[in-house]
Structures are given as structure tokens and as C-alpha cells.
Write a protein that binds this ligand. Sequence first.
Ligand SMILES: C[S@@+](CC[C@H](N)C(=O)[O-])C[C@H]1O[C@@H](n2cnc3c(N)ncnc32)[C@H](O)[C@@H]1O
Length: 427
Amino acid sequence: MPAVAECHSVVEEHYAEILFTRLQAGEVHRLRLRRRARQGASGSAGEEWRELNLRPVLIRGLRHWQFVYAYPQRDQTENLLVEEALLRLQEHLRLPLRSLLWEEASERCVVQFSRKGRPQLRREAHVAPLPPLSLAHDRSPAAPLPAERPDPFLRAIGVMTAEGRIRARQRAKFQQINEFLQQLAHAGAAEIQPSAAGRPLSLIDCGCGSALLSFAALHYLSVKCGRPSQLVGIDQDAGLIEKARQRSEQLQQAGVMREAAAFHAGAIRDFRPEEAPDILLALHACDTATDEAIALGIREGVSLLLVAPCCHQHLQAQLPAVAPFAPLQRHGILQQRLGDLLTDALRALALEIMGYRCSVVQFVGGEHTDRNVMLRARRREREDARVLRRAVDEYGQLTRYWGVKPQIETLLGESFAERLAVAGQRR
Ligand SMILES: C[S@@+](CC[C@H](N)C(=O)[O-])C[C@H]1O[C@@H](n2cnc3c(N)ncnc32)[C@H](O)[C@@H]1O
């Protein structure tokens, strides 16, 4: 057990929401539920499990959660795909529990339930962070495209030599590709079902540039996960679109991709896909191009959005001077970061309001870029009225406090206003 450096305790009604956000973010190393025995149940009566331990595992390249149920006389193990696992866990959280514990790299969270089911959440920081999460289960390599295995995609883009060695000068790119693919795997991209049965998984990359990471995603999903996938890229820079088309042809000729990707030169805002995409990527699309991408994803009902924002100017320009923030606002860099934080927090809330579960995580290591925040959002199967109300309240408070109107609100227009109104009426 790791030592505990500091500990604080709060009554926390939102523990389940916190837990599910952390699970979605791929931050949970393990989870334990202890069940309260039914009154009057004794011996083998009821044959109920007493304790349940969960850990993430990778099985044939797909993320699963391993459930180990401890019954009085035996253990029972089940491996469930992420979506299924989250639904199962939601059911278990409705049972009378004694405690719930989950472990993250930097802290341990413990929820104790009173006899009446009142939760108390305690967060304990580890003195030293836990070692990186290992998903090893069946000898699957941790890196989606491992260095020690010849890979036609890595070869075709010049990262790997013909003999299967990573070129010294390409190590950073190799690492960046793998970190991005880890994000994709953590987000459960390979388990998403296409919106139309029998169709390949459809990816759209907004502000794709030369689309290197999207090609990596396509390769990973199609070849490594066995999920046939197609890609549409949009960028307003016709020169970059031409480069992406050439790269697509080159990858096809090298036998890496079966079908060419489709590319469109133009603004994200004006783009109307022929078919609804399943996964939306927007990696460092400048300023409000990120909002255009999020709005497109929400409008099309995509299952998963992976959005790494870039520069943030739109909200920045609206920020008034606010007295207690003077020490931040007097320094350009801090004022800029304040604008970045507010913009991304409001984007995450807008996604929640529009029916997504959103986590904000580190995109790739800071050595690649200082723009390394990622919004990872999965569409909810079912509406959660409590989350909607909370998100609407928080969004209202933050925008009123700062007197700002984020671009995402403008782009979502009436559909967003309706959601705010619905939550207001249900109060
Ligand atoms: C920093 S680059 C990132 C390119 C690529 N996603 C990557 O990660 O390498 C941002 C790209 O977004 C494109 N872009 C910016 N605003 C756009 C908009 N409103 N519509 C379409 N593309 C846009 C730019 O042309 C540029 O290629």
C-alpha cells in the first residue's frame, strides 16, 4: 500500500460522477467495492458477493475491465468491454455498499457509506505516484505500435527503417504517435459501434493539416484492432489538404491502407458530412476552429470526440478586469492561461450539457507541445438529469461571473439554448 501524505474528507454526493469521469479519463488503476450484508442473511444464504475488485486490462488490443467477485466460498472473474463494464458498475453502485475505493496515480479515493447510504468521500494523496498503469493481461504490448515489431505504417511514414528499427531522429514522432494512440485506446475507440450497422467506423479530422495522427488512428483501428475504418479530413489550407491526399495515396500504394481517405478544403463550420461520423478528432485546430469542430461533432451525434485545443483568443478578448484576479491579469502569460482554462472548462461543460460525458486530460507529453490538453467526450447512452442540472448551473455561474459568451454557445445556437431551458424547467 502506498503511503499517504495528506488526507481530507468531504461529504460528497457527486462521488459517482467523479468516479465515472476518472474512469472515462483512464485514470483509475483499480477499484474495490465492499457490499453491506443484507440484514438477516447468514451462512450461504443469498450467495451474494461480498467484495468486488476491478482493474483495467487489454485483451486482444481492446480495453476491458476485469471484475473479480469474491463470494464467501469462491471467486468469479469476468472481463467486460468498457461500455458494458460501466453499465454493470452503475448497477452495482445502486446496491447497499459499505465502501468504495479507487486508486489513481496520485491519490486514493475512499467513499464510506453510512447505514442510511450517506456517502463520505475522502481523498488521500500518495507520497510517491504509483507506477504507470499496466494493462498487461495477455502479453499484449503496452505501446499500441511497439518499437520492437516491424510495422508497415511506421515504415511508410519514415519513422521505422526497412529492418524494423526506429530511426534516431524520429523517436519523438514515434512516441507522440503512440501517446496519441494510447488516448484513443483509453477512450474505447475500438469498441464504438458505427452509427449504421455494417459500415466501417467513420473518423473525421477537423483542421487535419497533413493528417499524420489521423492516419495513425486509421491504421491502429483497422489493422491492430480489426475495426475497418475510414477517414474524412477537413482543413481550410488547400496546400495541406493536397499534402494529405498525397500521403493517403502513398499509404495506399505501400499497402498500408485499403481505401483512400477523403479530404476537403474549406472551413469546418461550413462542412456537412454525407454520413454521420462516429469519431471526431480535432488536434490543435486554431482558436475557434476547435469550437467549430465540437459543434460539428455534437450536431452529427458522434459517439466520441478527441479534441486538443490550440490557441485561445476569442474568450481572451472578452475577459474584463476582475479585482481579485489582478495578480494574474497583470501578467500576459497568466492572463492567457486564465483564458485557456476558462475556454476549455466552458467547452467541457457545453459538451456535458449536450449529453456527453467529458474528461479533460493530458494529450501528449509536454516535450512535444505545451498545448497538451485534451477534451475527451463520449456520448451518453441515457440522459442524466442530475449531471445536466449541475452542468447548466456551473456554466451559468461561470459565464455570468466573467461576463463572457463562449463561441461554442454561439455555434450551438438554439439547440444549446433549449437544453439550458429544459434544465431550468426541471428544477
Ligand atoms: C496547428 S495545425 C494542426 C494540424 C493537425 N491537426 C496536426 O495536429 O498536425 C491547425 C490546422 O487547422 C486548420 N484550421 C484552422 N482554422 C480552421 C477552420 N476554421 N476550418 C478548417 N481548418 C482550420 C489550419 O489550416 C491548420 O492546418
